[in-house]
Structure formats: C-alpha cells, structure tokens
Ligand binder design. Structure first.
Ligand code: BDR
Ligand code: CA
Length: 309
C-alpha cells in the first residue's frame, strides 16, 4: 500500500520538481499541498502550486494556502534565484481551479488526524505553516508518522554552509522562529540540508537537460524548462526539494547523523544557523540529519520518474 504524503511548499522551481516527483512515484500518494510564503509571496506560491498541479493533470489534489508572513520577522523572498514569478518564467498556464477555502493549518491537521501515525508531511519551504499547525494542535507532531524537512546547513560535509548568509540556509533563515518551534515539537523528524543538496553530484547539468528534452510528456517538459532556466544563471540545477521527497521514496540513498536540532533564532549575523547535537541527550526523539547521499543513484531515480509519464 502506498504511503500518504502531504507537501508543504513555496514553489519555487525545485518545489515544483518535488511535486512532479511526488506525482510520478507509485510508492506514495500525494494527498494534499499546502503553500507558504517563501521563494515568493503567498499569492505567488499558491498560484504556482495550482498551475503545476494543473499542468501535471492533478487538479484533484487540494491546495490550501497558509502563512503570508513568517512568525515574527518580515517576509523576504528569493525571486532573484527563482525568477520573476518564482517559477523561472516558464510557459505554464494558470489553473482554472482555486485554492481550498480551508487554511493550511486546518488542512494539515485533518491530513494527519485522519490516520494518526500513518502519514508523512514533507516541508520544503519556510516552516511557518508547520509551526502554526503544531502551536494550534499540540497533539499534531505525535500524529505524524514522520516530518521530513528540506532546510538547514549542518557542517556535516564541505557543502554544509549557508546559501542565504554564510551560516544560514534560506528556508530556515526565512523563519527561524518557526524552525525553533518545529525542532522542539517532538515530531519524528528527518532533515535534509545543504550538506547533501548542494553536493553537485545531485544536481542537473547540460547532459541531464538534453535527456529531459528528449521526453515528450508534460512532466519532462516542465522539468526541462525549469532546468534550462536554472542553467542560464547557475552552473547546475540544484534539486534541494526533490531530495527531501527522496527520503520517503528510498531512504537508503542517504546516510544520517542523529541528534537534537538547534537553530539560532535571534536577529543577528548568526540568524538561521542550524546545529545537530549528538552529545546532548535531547528531551525529544533525536532527528535524523542527512550527512551523505548517493548522488548518481538519486539522479537516476529522479530523471527516470520525470521521463516515465
Ligand atoms: C531551499 O530554498 C529555496 O529557495 C528552495 O526552494 C529550497 O527549498 C534551498 O535552500
Ligand atoms: Ca522550497
């Protein structure tokens, strides 16, 4: 039986690729998409989630919009990296469908409470929605089978330094207060940070773009257009968010360190720095932090799924 998954996202070019990977992976069933302000403002990330689902023939998956602002600090955004519409300006028509009238907090609670202990939430944007849902429903963390997060930079590999500041990864830096709430929640957590997602062996390059271009499906076309956009301005197309989803598809792709998670939330130059402490028995179950990845095997999985339908 396939695993029920919800995606909390801020699309975002790599968030869009994570949605595509989720839809084309028979190991899981995507039940819900919730959106958060992150790579773009909430209105933009919600519109992008809807148009990606529409393009991929998945209008039946509900989209619930969440937080327009981080818990305490002002919204910032990452349009510079993701393009003027946060989706690389690719040709993708608007969806005729609107977001659900439910809020992300309500939708996430219902998602988990329907089958306590059985469902997985994968969060690939700032953690504002997840923190708000945990604050509103203190029983929610324990209801999730697992919470998988794309975020942080833990210094576990030579790639594990910041991308927003020298010490902070974007998702965590955007809402460190939310990360603090989530890290202390007691949820069973796996976190995939820049330590592995900035490993160039996991990123797409020109030859991968050529392979995607040889496909003729909505999935391969969208993936190719996004990759082409990224390659115009960057040496490669990083697959941060698909790597977080890959944890639920094939955990053996990764090695993990274990320990309690800490985030520097104070608004100074260290803001958003993440730490995993193995030597300090935590009050909650230790999190698994990705410390290595089999890049070629991950890319093979990702590309084959993009080409299949
Ligand atoms: C993360 O930040 C966002 O810009 C990407 O979508 C990814 O979730 C990488 O730091
Ligand atoms: Ca993201």
């Amino acid at each position: 039986m396939s695993l029920s998954v919800a995606l909390d996202i801020d699309p975002g070019i790599d968030d869009a690729l994570a949605v595509a990977l989720a839809l084309r992976s028979s190991e899981i069933r995507l039940e819900l998409v919730t959106t958060v302000a992150g790579n773009g403002p909430l209105e933009m990330t919600t519109r992008n989630a809807l148009r990606v689902l529409h393009h991929l023939g998945a209008d039946d998956i509900p989209v619930a919009a969440g937080a327009a602002q981080p818990l305490r600090k002002p919204f910032y955004g990452a349009i510079g990296y993701h393009g003027h519409d946060a989706l690389g300006g690719i040709d993708l028509p608007d969806s005729p469908h609107a977001a659900d009238t439910k809020t992300a907090v309500d939708a996430l609670y219902e998602f988990a409470a329907t089958k306590p202990g059985e469902r997985v939430l994968v969060a690939t944007g700032p953690l504002t929605n997840v923190a708000q849902a945990f604050q509103r429903h203190p029983e929610l963390p324990a209801m999730l089978k697992e919470l998988v997060i794309m975020g942080g930079a833990f210094g576990l590999t030579r790639y594990g330094t910041g991308n927003q500041t020298p010490v902070a990864e974007f998702n965590i830096w955007q809402d460190p207060d939310a990360a603090e709430v989530v890290f202390a929640s007691g949820a069973s957590m796996t976190i995939v940070g820049l330590d592995v997602t900035n490993d160039p062996a996991t990123a797409l390059a020109d030859d991968d773009l050529a392979r995607l271009r040889s496909g003729a499906t909505p999935t391969s076309r969208m993936a190719a257009d996004i990759t082409a956009f990224a390659l115009k301005t960057h040496p490669n197309c990083a697959l941060h968010d698909p790597l977080a989803l890959a944890v639920v598809l094939d955990r053996t792709l990764f090695d993990f360190a274990h320990g309690s998670l800490e985030v520097h939330a104070a608004p100074d130059t260290e803001m958003g720095r993440t730490i995993v402490r193995a030597d300090n028995p935590p009050p909650c179950p230790p999190a698994a932090v990705a410390s290595a990845v089999d890049g070629p095997r991950f890319k093979q999985l990702f590309l084959s799924r993009m080409m299949e339908h």
